[in-house]
Write a protein that binds this ligand. Structure first.
Ligand SMILES: Nc1ncnc2c1ncn2[C@@H]1O[C@H](COP(=O)(O)OP(=O)(O)O)[C@@H](O)[C@H]1O
Ligand SMILES: [Mg+2]
Length: 576
């Protein structure tokens, strides 16, 4: 785990090395001080040599100032290194998430990804900062101070040597019971984030269903659980800290008692006893710091595991992200015996699909919800990869294209589409960053969005709120179509993209699209027969299988599913 983390210190290595080095210097200065102090008491204060007191006092101040400087720099470098690690990890995790295919995204919950990107990384970076200092300081100080204490008086050292195992036991018990509690705490945070995220993204639905009270209660309960878990973990600290203090004071009292007796018998000087007690203090604090850092290590470990889970998840087609064919020569699409199932699903969503879509044709997909229409079109720009069979675009298997090139030229307007906060212009530039205002307006005209955009006083600079909430469903759909048109693709896929647009406007979009680029291959998923009856070819999907292919007239003759859809819509029209 540590080795894997090391490479994320990139760019901050000098700080990673400097932090412990400076720490060692600080510890040396810290450990010298009690000895100088002891000498001052023995040879200066008790024997009345006042200039020795001054001289040693000066040394002590120098040592203290050095300790301060080294310690300060070490803390500074540690903070740099820790924050650097956090920055690198955050960036890498974020970049990694961007490489996930749709299948990869199905694996992690959004809220969990957010917790990993924020909480977990902050925790790791804080622990790294601490660890770089304390994990050097504590053992080093422990060894040095123990050595000095033993040098002063080996018999007196027995006192704390007896106390040490007791402390260790206390620490081990705390870790044994504390670590699982902290783990649980972390997953509770995950859950509360998931809850909050789900609630906030669906807040409108919550209100529409008057479920606020229910949601509040559920949240309150989780919040309470979180606090209980946190307190259980912290209560352990409440017990362990005074316990450690108790041992520490007991040791000091014992040292004073035995040392005092020794002194009275003339076996020890007052100054030595004094510095001995200071060393005991240093030793015991090192032990406690060691315990603290071990505790934090195990928390950070849980977080690191969660971070690496994302980093080590497979991004399905990492190899073709950068390499491969970059030009889609024609809009011809061939499905060669394609079957597909979602990762983790037992059953196939698509069975043995064979299709031949000539360049420049308009093909429509129709079928009941769940018949796998969306699934079928997602395969063409490789949002998911086929399970069996092969898809060829422009005569070349899609796996041989550079993914970005393929997706640029096979443009899809997703069923669940979204706009991003910004302006209309910034949203349109998603399609093509170089698009001029003129081109944007042209695209808006085709998608029948120009009117309502240009009617706003700000025009293209009109604000788009997060998720496009300040536009109606139909307006959003038309903006999404315009954004996709700006890519100037070879293949255009509409996944139910005009479902919220009225029929007259939809017809206008269809006419404008044909004028826009007659060579464009169009795949249109729609619910309304009126939207697709002029298509060159209509594919009827049923439960992941092709039930029929043909023109409107063909299918009306010999496809009973199509007939049924047609009749129900005719009736609906008559009734409406
Ligand atoms: N991300 C997914 N993970 C697992 N199963 C999915 C996923 N998306 C869709 N499915 C399943 O695939 C089938 C087809 O869904 P879909 O292609 O969305 O249908 P349609 O677009 O025709 O309404 C459904 O049974 C659905 O449950
Ligand atoms: Mg769908």
């Amino acid at each position: 785990m540590l080795r894997k983390t090391a490479k994320y210190y990139k760019g901050y290595m000098p700080f990673v090395i400097l932090t412990p080095l400076l720490m060692i210097l600080e510890v040396v200065a810290d450990v010298i001080i009690p000895t100088i102090m002891g000498n001052t008491i023995n040879d200066g204060v008790l024997s009345g040599q006042i200039d020795l007191v001054y001289k040693n006092g000066l040394y002590m101040i120098i040592a203290a100032v050095l300790a301060f400087i080294f310690g300060g720099f070490s803390t500074y470098c540690g903070a740099k290194a820790g924050q650097g690690l956090g920055k690198n990890l955050r960036l890498t995790v974020f970049e990694k998430i961007q490489t996930f295919s749709f299948a990869g995204l199905d694996k992690f919950e959004v809220s969990s990804l957010i917790t990993r990107l924020t909480n977990d990384i902050v925790l790791v970076s804080n622990v790294a900062r601490m660890a770089l200092r304390i994990s050097v300081r504590a053992p080093f100080m422990f060894v040095l101070a123990t050595f000095m204490a033993i040098r002063i008086n080996i018999r007196l050292s027995m006192v704390f040597l007896i106390a040490l195992p007791v402390m260790m036991l206390g620490i081990m018990l705390t870790m044994k019971f504390g670590i699982p509690k902290f783990r649980k705490f972390q997953s509770m945070i995950d859950r509360i984030n998931a809850r909050t995220q789900e609630n906030l993204t669906g807040i409108r639905v919550v209100k529409a269903f008057c479920r606020e009270k229910f949601e509040k209660e559920k949240f309150a309960e989780q919040n309470k659980n979180l606090v209980t878990t946190a307190l259980a973990a912290l209560n352990l600290m409440v017990i362990i800290m005074p316990f450690m203090m108790l041992i520490m004071y007991a040791v000091i009292v014992a040292v004073l008692w035995f040392g005092g007796n020794l002194m009275l018998q003339g076996g020890m000087e007052a100054g030595d006893l004094f510095s001995f007690i200071m060393y005991v203090g240093q030793i015991l604090t090192s032990v406690m710091n060691l315990a603290l850092i071990l505790m934090n290590f195990s928390r950070a470990r849980a977080s690191l595991e969660r971070i690496f889970e994302v980093l080590e998840a497979e991004s399905e087609f990492a190899e073709s992200i950068e390499q491969g064919v970059s030009e889609v020569v024609s809009g011809e699409i061939i499905f060669d015996n394609v079957s597909f199932k979602y990762p983790g699903n037992q059953h196939f969503s698509l069975h043995n699909i064979n299709l031949n879509i000539p360049s420049g044709s308009t093909v429509a997909l129709i079928g009941s919800t769940g018949s796998a229409k969306s699934t079928l079109v997602h395969l063409i720009p490789r949002l998911y990869d086929v399970f069996e069979g092969e898809i060829r675009v422009g005569g070349i298997p899609i796996k041989e294209y550079r993914v970005a090139s393929l997706r640029d030229q096979v443009a899809i307007v997703l069923q669940e589409n979204t706009l991003f906060s910004g302006t209309i212009r910034s949203n349109m530039k998603w399609g093509n960053p170089q698009a001029s205002d003129q081109e944007i307006i042209r695209a808006l005209e085709i998608s029948q969005a120009a009117e309502f955009v240009l009617n706003r006083p700000e025009g293209l600079a009109a604000k788009v709120e997060r998720g496009g909430v300040n536009f109606s469903g139909g307006q959003k759909q038309r903006l999404c179509i315009a954004r996709t048109l700006l890519k100037n693709p070879k293949i255009l896929i509409f996944d139910d993209s005009t479902s919220a647009v009225d029929m007259t406007t939809e017809a206008k979009i269809r006419i404008e699209l044909n004028k826009f680029n007659p060579d464009l291959t169009k795949i249109i998923i729609a619910q309304r027969i009126s939207s697709i009856q002029n298509a060159d070819k209509i594919i009827v999907l049923d439960n992941g299988k092709i039930s029929g292919i043909g023109t409107h007239a063909d299918l009306l003759q010999d496809n009973c599913i199509y007939q049924e859809i047609y009749e129900s819509q005719q009736k609906g029209m008559a009734a409406g």
